[in-house]
Design a protein around this ligand. Structure first.
Ligand code: ZN
Length: 690
């Protein structure tokens, strides 16, 4: 988890918590700025995707300078979009620009199958920032014909076709068609499953002819094990082979992607001028300096300044950050989130952090594995104001940065919960029919309506602020002892810590949960999800691979099995449909505690054998019959398993001399309109970035 900085967005866990129309609000400022009752979250849907929008409560309560700051950072957040397209695959910009040209120039019948399929494909390319699925990483294929595509390209004005090096349009079509239509060409963006991981991955982090061995040798020699403050080698460059020599093409001013980076910097300079304080000013100036030099030492300086800036209300991520897109975890994709602190909701996480020692002392694990002195992570709750790059349109609900281990150890990390994004998921999920389909009775449904959102958020808070930081390894234990099972076990541990304490009277006493019954909403949801409904994300016939999904099933199955004798949790069938029923919540909590104690022991002792057995016995296998039933019931709801967001639009209000009077926010832009506008106003990279 140390390196895992974005909480994997499962979407689904949020989807079925009813919130009664999204009128919740967390601000108690004089003008509470709650979500308007007529605010419409749903924007569009196609393929396996649903597009939502998010409200930005509290924006209008910011000072004028803060609003300006948000505005400039938001512009900087959009400018990196092309970088990500190119990072994901070297033909992505060519394909996107061709599709957009067709979209704008098309004069034919828009009701044909081909055209309809064309629109869906373009929307998917926008969503995934390229031709590979944003979550599954596999290439998705157009459902329109290759001849339709060729015809449309030929019908375009010649200057609208993004040909390479002056090639004729026919040549261009020949070059691009297999990339789009041939399932075997560039089949996976990130291949994790054997063979040469670099050669078989279709991302653009490595040049042609570069092998996994090359990469490992190249970066292997850079590593100096005596360096206690190593830079993140290779983070901001493409590694290419030229005349048999390996060399890095760095993403910086004057290097690869310079045109986009120049624009990012120009907005950051404006942001710097309206920074809230000197610390924040220094953060922005260090980031600019790093973008100019590409020097990773400067990146670390920026990251340290950023993590130590705790007092500014406005905050942001902007840069080459997460390494999930590289099978070797070296190269970082470009992303951005602009946000500001939700002061009221952050009080909740501060209360949790301040009481960290109480929770540690009262956790059900063996005292040998407890920390004598525990420090809660200072997590804050934020309101997202703009999403960019790898956080757009699919976005995380939490972020924990920076990634460098030594910076985390020496300077700490920032952990955030993005509450307005969670709210949007929650509100959009409220009227899908999901709850009615899968939840056992009106009792659970109404508990979920009332407390589903707050207990879900609290569970995330406890998981992040306390769970990961709790407990300790025995002195002689190797931190990597659990090997490939470590991330599942670690997530299990953090989730259990949260579940166990969610039902504790202490939370009522601290005033952060409404009452002693509220936790049941999250318990029910967790069990239903872990035992049953999360299977909607797994294809028929497959087992569970993803580590968060594994951890949830591990917990749910284990407590189900162990509680069987007392009938704590059971499956009941009604009208041919299976439901999860919880008969004894108190005993369920005890079982969560028992498993937490065991998982902590496994971690503290580095007990690889038990870790493996727990994962293999409980977390991986799927009951095919139940799986089939769940998939069918889910299908009948016509829901989309993946969600993403359009951004709000900020506008400067200026007087005739250009003086800024205000920054307004609007929520009316549609999905295709936003994508097309971004492609016009924020698209300065060449189509081919060699
Ligand atoms: Zn976690």
């Amino acid at each position: 988890m140390k390196k895992t900085v974005l909480i994997a967005m499962t979407g689904l866990s949020m989807m079925f918590a009813g919130c009664g129309g999204g009128q919740k609000n967390t601000s108690t400022q004089s003008d509470p700025d709650i979500v308007p009752t007529d605010f419409k979250y749903e924007v569009d849907e196609f393929a396996d995707l649903q597009i939502l929008r998010y409200y930005v409560p509290g924006f209008k309560n910011l000072t004028l300078e803060q609003k300006e700051l948000v505005y400039y950072l938001s512009m900087a957040a959009i400018e990196g979009r092309d970088i990500l397209f190119d990072q994901n695959n070297r033909y992505n910009l060519a394909i996107r620009r061709t599709l957009e040209a067709i979209y704008e120039n098309y004069k034919g019948d828009k009701n044909t199958q081909d055209y309809k399929a064309f629109e869906v494909y373009l929307k998917r390319v926008w969503f995934s920032n390229g031709i590979h699925h944003h979550y599954g990483e596999e290439k998705f294929l157009p459902a329109f014909s290759q001849s339709f595509f060729a015809e449309q390209v030929k019908a375009l004005p010649v200057e609208a076709v993004p040909v390479k090096d002056g090639q004729p349009v026919d040549e261009f079509i020949k070059m691009i068609s297999p990339v789009m239509f041939d399932a075997k060409v560039m089949a996976k963006k990130v291949n994790q499953s054997g063979g040469d991981l670099i050669v078989s991955s279709a991302n653009n982090y490595y040049g042609e002819g570069v092998t996994q061995k090359d990469v490992q040798a190249f970066y292997g020699t850079m590593k100096d094990t005596t360096d206690l403050t190593p830079v993140s080698y290779g983070l901001n460059s493409r590694l290419v082979k030229e005349n048999g020599e390996l060399k890095e093409k760095v993403w910086k001013i004057g290097g690869l992607y310079t045109k986009a980076i120049e624009r990012i910097i120009s907005w950051l300079e404006k942001a710097e001028a309206v920074a809230e304080n000197d610390k924040q000013k220094a953060v922005i100036s260090k980031l600019i300096s790093y973008y100019k030099s590409g020097d990773l030492k400067e990146f670390d300086n920026y990251a340290i300044a950023w993590v130590e800036d705790l007092n500014s209300q406005v905050d942001f991520v902007n840069g080459f950050t997460e390494v999930y897109g590289d099978p070797l975890g070296i190269k970082a994709s470009w992303e951005s989130i602009v946000n500001f602190k939700n002061v009221e909701a952050t009080k909740r996480t501060e209360i949790i952090s301040t009481n960290a020692q109480w929770f540690e002392d009262h956790s059900p694990v063996d005292s040998r594995f407890k920390k004598e002195k525990v420090k809660g992570v200072s997590a804050k709750v934020i309101t997202a104001a703009q999403l960019g790059g790898d956080c757009y349109p699919a976005t995380p609900i939490g972020v924990n940065l920076p990634n460098a281990d030594w910076i985390r150890k020496d300077h700490g990390s920032k952990s955030v919960t993005i509450e307005n994004i969670m709210e949007a998921y929650d509100a959009a999920g409220a009227h899908t029919g999901f709850n009615d389909e899968f939840i056992w009775s009106p009792t659970e449904i109404s508990s979920m309506k009332e407390y589903g959102f707050i207990t879900d958020v609290l569970h995330t808070d406890l998981h992040e602020c306390l769970g990961h930081g709790s407990g300790k390894l025995l002195p002689e234990v190797d931190p990597n002892a659990l090997g490939e099972f470590s991330s599942t076990i670690e997530e299990t541990r953090a989730d259990l810590f949260g579940l166990y304490f969610l039902a504790d009277a202490k939370l009522v006493e601290l005033g952060i949960i409404p009452n002693a019954e509220a936790y049941k909403a999250e318990y029910y949801k967790f069990m239903m999800n872990g035992l049953m409904t999360q299977l909607v994300r797994i294809e028929a016939g497959k087992n569970i691979e993803e580590s968060h999904m594994r951890n949830r099933q591990l917990i749910a199955k284990w407590v189900y099995e162990k509680g069987k004798a007392d009938n704590v949790v059971e499956y009941k069938v009604r009208g041919g449909k299976t439901y999860v029923v919880i008969n004894d919540y108190a005993k369920l909590r005890t079982l969560f505690g028992n498993l937490l104690a065991e998982i902590q022991r496994v971690k503290s002792e580095g007990d690889f054998k038990t870790a493996k057995a727990l994962v293999m016995d409980y977390a991986v296998k799927v009951d095919p019959k139940l799986h089939k039933e769940v998939l069918e019931r889910y299908k009948s709801l016509n829901m989309k398993p993946y969600k993403g967001f359009v951004n709000p639009v900020f506008t400067l209000v200026q007087d005739k001399d250009g003086k800024i009077l205000d920054v307004t926010i609007s929520y009316s832009e549609g999905y295709a309109d936003q994508m097309m506008r971004y492609s016009k106003e924020f698209s300065v990279l060449p189509t081919y970035n060699d």
